[in-house]
Design a protein around this ligand. Structure first.
Ligand SMILES: Cc1cc2nc3c(=O)[nH]c(=O)nc-3n(C[C@H](O)[C@H](O)[C@H](O)COP(=O)(O)OP(=O)(O)OC[C@H]3O[C@@H](n4cnc5c(N)ncnc54)[C@H](O)[C@@H]3O)c2cc1C
Length: 416
């Protein structure tokens, strides 16, 4: 093992690093192992997001869920605090923070409402894609208004015939002078019908990933329409619908990067999106665990508080332990993405699976601790369980997360 290297700084985040020879592909770059402690700045950012969640999200979350209300005004308040363009560069109005900061923020917001935190995550992901892959003109045109959420963004990859196999997408963009003519349908699009900006993966070339490009399609372009709002198990505080493109003329100037780059752009957006959605699961689960603790201290059975039953204490201990393990690993993956580590995509996939599976299980156990009351809407637990369930499905299902990890393991033919 090589010697210790000094502590390095990743944005505002301090991370002590230790390196040893050889990366996962056997190259010369060191594999970085990180240990974490939050800086005062990060604690302040997290506390700000926690306070925002407690004051502006939690008191309304059940009503928004019941009434299927998308609180755009409240999201704009979050944007005013810098939470709509967290890891977008600050020269165009972004907050210029790290993926690690974003993980802290999304976890904190999700303690108030996982569905709204998750929507802010999608908006942040689409905004970052424009910042990272857009021209200077595109960045200056779109991002200042995305950072304030004057414009709301959606991410359009999934189609009726292609979800996990995203590279099979069929929405076609045919070049016609200075425009593309776009035809096709995007399925399950979060924010559809409300969002102003649709960062859309389209086929401009041959079959497969190399034939995909990314266009920024605007709501008011003629030929853009929306399907009926989907009736869902959870995430009711945000809309989900199909986005339909019929002969939509999209200026070539709205293409991000070169033709054929779209699949790469879509996947690199998802690395961060997976961390964010994992963080949303942690926050929802933490809120459920806190509710379960309070309930167990109050509820009596067999002459004592149920918190005094050792079986229940062990259950609570396991919930807290597993949540902390998932959080620690998610932080590790976020640091790897900040450091642009070679294995960041794999670590983000691992973190997404662990955080969303653990988050759902912890929330479900919290419901169990509430007994029959956990099943009632007023207690706020069943809403968290319903919201967290979809995190195991979207941004790539947890089976696809295993596929990414397995490809890396088997593909490189390495021994552990
Ligand atoms: C509420 C909600 C919001 C969403 N928001 C968005 C959005 O904003 N933008 C967007 O683009 N998409 C969005 N999605 C779509 C989501 O990303 C897809 O549903 C998801 O990627 C899975 O695709 P699918 O539903 O077509 O399932 P399929 O791909 O048909 O998969 C069906 C099952 O087969 C499994 N499977 C498939 N291939 C493999 C394999 N190779 N190995 C093992 N198992 C496999 C899957 O894991 C799954 O269990 C949203 C979905 C929902 C439910």
């Amino acid at each position: 093992m090589a010697g210790l290297v000094p502590a390095i700084s990743i944005g505002a985040f301090r991370c002590a690093s230790q390196a040893w020879g050889g990366n996962e592909r056997g190259g010369k770059h060191p594999r970085i192992m990180t240990q974490f402690s939050l800086t005062d700045d990060q604690i302040a950012v997290r506390d700000m997001a926690l306070a925002f969640a407690a004051e502006n999200l939690a008191p309304h979350a059940l009503e928004w869920d019941e009434k299927k209300h998308f609180p755009v005004d409240v999201m704009r308040e979050a944007a005013a605090l810098g939470m709509a363009a967290i890891y977008t560069r600050d020269d165009v109005g972004g907050s210029g923070m790290t993926r690690f900061d974003a993980a802290l923020i999304f976890e904190a917001l999700a303690t108030g409402c996982p569905a709204i935190s998750a929507y802010l995550s999608i908006h942040n992901m689409a905004t970052w894609m424009i910042d990272r892959y857009g021209s200077e003109e595109q960045r200056r045109h779109f991002i200042p208004r995305l950072a304030t959420m004057e414009l709301i963004a959606s991410y359009c990859l999934t189609e009726p015939g292609s979800g996990s196999d995203a590279a099979a997408l069929k929405t076609k963009a045919v070049r016609d002078g200075d425009h593309y003519v776009v035809n096709g349908v995007k399925q399950f699009i979060s924010g559809a019908g409300v969002s102003d900006i649709y960062v859309t993966m389209v086929r401009t070339g041959a079959e497969g990933p190399a034939g995909i490009s990314t266009l920024v399609i605007e709501k008011d372009m003629p030929g853009v329409s929306f399907g009926a709002q989907e009736k869902k198990m959870g995430w009711n505080a945000q809309p989900t619908a199909a986005v339909i493109f019929e002969d939509v003329r999209v200026p070539v100037a709205n293409r991000l990067s070169d033709e054929g780059m779209g699949f790469k752009i879509a996947m690199s957006g998802l690395d961060g999106g997976r961390l964010n959605i994992g963080a949303c699961s942690l926050g929802g689960a933490q809120a459920a665990l806190d509710k379960a603790l309070a309930y167990a201290n109050d509820r009596k059975a067999f002459g004592k508080r149920i918190a005094d039953l050792q079986a229940l204490q062990f259950k609570l201990a396991d919930m807290a332990t597993e949540l902390e393990a998932a959080r620690t690993f998610l932080w590790r993956a976020a640091a790897s993405l900040d450091a642009k580590a070679l294995d960041a995509t794999k670590l983000c996939a691992m973190a997404k699976r662990i955080a969303t599976d653990t988050g759902f299980e912890v929330a479900n156990q919290a419901l169990q601790i509430h007994g029959g009351y956990g099943y009632l809407a007023d207690y706020g637990i069943e809403k968290i369980v319903r919201d967290l369930r979809v995190h195991q499905i979207l941004e790539g299902t947890n089976e696809i997360m295993r596929l990414i990890v397995a490809r890396d393991l088997v593909g490189r033919g390495n021994r552990p």
